[in-house]
Design a protein around this ligand. Structure first.
Ligand SMILES: Nc1ncnc2c1ncn2[C@@H]1O[C@H](COP(=O)(O)OP(=O)(O)OP(=O)(O)O)[C@@H](O)[C@H]1O
Ligand SMILES: [Mg+2]
Length: 293
């Protein structure tokens, strides 16, 4: 199992969209089971992945990442994280091995409390528990983070095995990478996810500017840019809207985008295989609703 945090200090580069798309592509083509963690108070990933009524119910019962962290970190209560997980999210037919620990709008308030009470190491321990225990249930964990580096983002960035950085082909996106590089050089003793690579998203295949920026990024070997890129595709906006009726993968990710996602996902899987960690025996994630009383 690999845990991967999807982050970029820069906003709007496609972190949440790519987290969803990578999970659905891994689940659909490679039959991988994935735990998604929505670590962004904007909740984009949760809104994209889960039926609205189920998500409302989940939030009403405080069964979100924020609920889990509040109970285990601030209230010092023992809290079983699988009870907070939604099963079989995703509106894609045949991409059913996807689970979601949903986000909540109150995340910034929680982070403020965690920092005020000096609970950073406890927060990291709570995240580590999820990552370690999830190994027995799923093939991969993908964590979607807010832009910038907040308490929550730093926690996952330090606890996950790898990070992937989506970027848009613009010079400011490249400056977001510099931020991450500086962050890495600070407090190296605190641990940090290994950089798996940069995924260049929203590429206009007909733009010479985009080609120049790509070349510029690829000349920096430390960035480890993925060979394949994701084209700019207006219909991806529609993919973000959760469909109450199941849809086919090739409908949701039609044309070039689907082909590119498959290529990027194959590249990702071979990078992970190269850095292979020992296989663990898996069991099925308990049906969460049965755990919630
Ligand atoms: N390849 C693409 N082609 C066209 N639109 C895209 C593509 N990737 C993402 N988008 C769109 O760009 C916008 C930003 O994407 P997204 O919300 O995934 O970015 P983000 O990095 O998660 O943003 P934030 O920093 O706010 O969390 C969304 O409207 C999304 O639909
Ligand atoms: Mg996002």
């Amino acid at each position: 199992m690999a845990s991967i945090v999807i982050m970029n200090a820069k906003g709007g580069v496609g972190k949440s969209t790519l987290t969803m798309a990578l999970a659905e592509t891994l689940a659909y083509y490679q039959k991988k089971s994935i735990l998604l963690v929505d670590a962004d108070g904007q909740m984009s990933l949760s809104l994209m992945m889960a039926p609205g009524n189920q998500l409302s119910e989940q939030r009403g019962n405080d069964l979100t990442l924020v609920g889990y962290m509040a109970r285990s970190v601030l209230d010092n209560e023992h809290s079983d994280w699988p009870q907070y997980v939604m099963s079989h999210v995703s509106d894609v037919e045949d991409a059913k091995g996807i689970y979601l620990l949903p986000g909540e709008l109150d995340l910034p308030l929680l982070e403020r409390e965690m920092a005020a009470q000096g609970k950073i190491s406890k927060t990291r321990a709570a995240a580590r528990t999820i990552l370690q225990e999830a190994e027995q249930y799923v093939d991969h964990i993908l964590v979607d983070c807010a832009p910038g580096i907040s308490v929550m983002t730093e926690t996952w960035l330090r606890e996950c095995d790898y990070h992937i950085v989506p970027v848009k082909p613009d010079f400011l996106a490249v400056s977001g990478l510099e931020y991450l590089r500086r962050f890495r050089s600070r407090n190296p003793e605190m641990g940090l996810a290994e950089h798996l690579g940069v995924i260049i998203n929203m590429v206009n295949l007909h733009s010479t500017d985009d080609a120049i920026i790509q070349e510029h990024m690829r000349s920096d070997k430390d960035l480890k840019c993925f060979k394949n890129t994701i084209p700019i595709a207006p219909h991806l906006q529609k993919a973000a809207l959760f469909s109450s009726e199941e849809r086919m993968y090739i409908t949701k990710y039609a044309g070039d985008v689907g082909t590119a996602l498959r290529a990027v996902t194959n590249e990702l899987q071979s990078l992970l295989n190269r850095n292979r960690k020992p296989d663990r025996v898996q069991s099925t994630l308990p049906p969460t609703n049965q755990l919630v009383t």
